[in-house]
Design a protein around this ligand. Structure first.
Ligand code: NAP
Length: 282
């Protein structure tokens, strides 16, 4: 039986429409500031799409495109000035930063209430202990996909491949919060295939083309492909050998059109949430 395609693109359109409607009811437009340093072409594409998403949702947005010669103290003082602005609810620093800039220090400088990416240690800590805070957009978007398609992690064996702070770890915590039994794999995991075969829900967040093949997937499993890679022909693809895995999985996210659009939609949701908090609206 062919797998259900988990259509993140369609769901993202619905989410953004919900955000747009809610934003219209506020006394002012939610404000999002995006900072990009240097001229990495992929980062430029991401920033452009975030700006477009913001426009679609009726947000006020500001973009700061800084040269790669920008000093750490200059970047931090820009963040601090945005922290102090009443009309800016969310601040996003596009990663990766050029070498020589300390990403951790820059992320730490963002006020946790404006940290719509959810990367500040205070928000990460809130997630760990199950308190309210901003959740990183990619894993939060995946949880919305699961919910939309009625896939409940409760009691399921969940395997997350990848343990980065922005995807793998928060993904594991969110699945755990929903009562999944979670295993996290990484580059030192022995017999990755064997561990993956136990998964009812398998999330691949590595960045390696064809890492997950059909023999690593339990028949009927739900497969979430987070990665954004380029294949030999330069086409966008994930970690999962899509065609063969789609034949045995019960549901699968495509790349593109799966997790990516929901990551962007969640940034809009987080910015709306920040604005609602700043304006004292629940
Ligand atoms: P990352 O920081 O490079 O982390 C990759 C993880 O994969 C690490 O934990 C690494 O293990 C693990 N790994 C590497 N080789 C492995 C192997 N052979 N077997 C098992 N695990 C292995 O990457 P990331 O930022 O989490 O991103 C992961 C992928 O998702 C990338 O392709 C990225 O472009 C994509 N992404 C997509 C979105 C989206 O919106 N769709 C958002 C964010 C990221 P160690 O910890 O041991 O090194």
């Amino acid at each position: 039986m062919a797998a259900t395609i988990l259509d993140g693109k369609a769901l993202a359109i619905k989410c953004k429409e919900r955000v747009r409607k809610a934003a219209k009811t506020l006394s002012r437009r939610p404000g999002l500031a995006v900072i990009i340093v240097g001229d990495d072409p992929a980062s430029r594409v991401y920033v452009n799409s975030k700006r477009r998403d913001g426009e679609e949702c009726g947000f006020y947005s500001e973009e700061y495109a800084l040269p790669d010669t920008t000093r750490q103290d200059e970047l931090i003082s820009l963040v601090e000035s945005l922290n102090a602005r009443a009309d800016i609810d969310g601040i996003l620093v596009q990663l990766p930063l050029p070498g020589g800039l300390d990403e951790e220090a820059v992320l730490m400088a963002i006020s946790p209430e404006k940290d719509v990416d959810g990367f500040h240690p205070l928000n990460m800590g809130a997630l760990l202990i199950g308190k309210e805070g901003f959740v990183p957009c990619t894993p939060a978007g995946i949880m919305e996909i699961l919910e939309e398609y009625g896939i409940d992690p409760k009691g399921k064996r969940c395997v997350v491949i990848g343990r980065s702070n922005i995807v793998g770890k928060p993904m594991a915590l969110l699945l755990l919060q929903k009562h999944g039994t979670v295993t996290v794999c990484h580059s030192r995991t022995t017999d990755l295939a064997q561990v993956c075969r136990e998964a009812d829900i398998l999330v691949a967040a590595v960045g390696k083309v064809n890492l997950v093949t059909a023999d690593m997937v339990k028949p009927g499993a739900v497969v979430i492909d987070v990665a954004m890679n380029r294949d030999e022909s330069g086409n966008l693809c994930g970690d999962v050998a899509y065609d063969e895995v789609a034949e045995i999985a019960s549901a699968i996210t495509p790349v593109p059109g799966g997790v990516g659009p929901m990551t962007r939609a969640l940034l809009m949701e987080n910015t709306l949430k920040a604005a609602q908090k700043h304006l004292g609206v629940d």
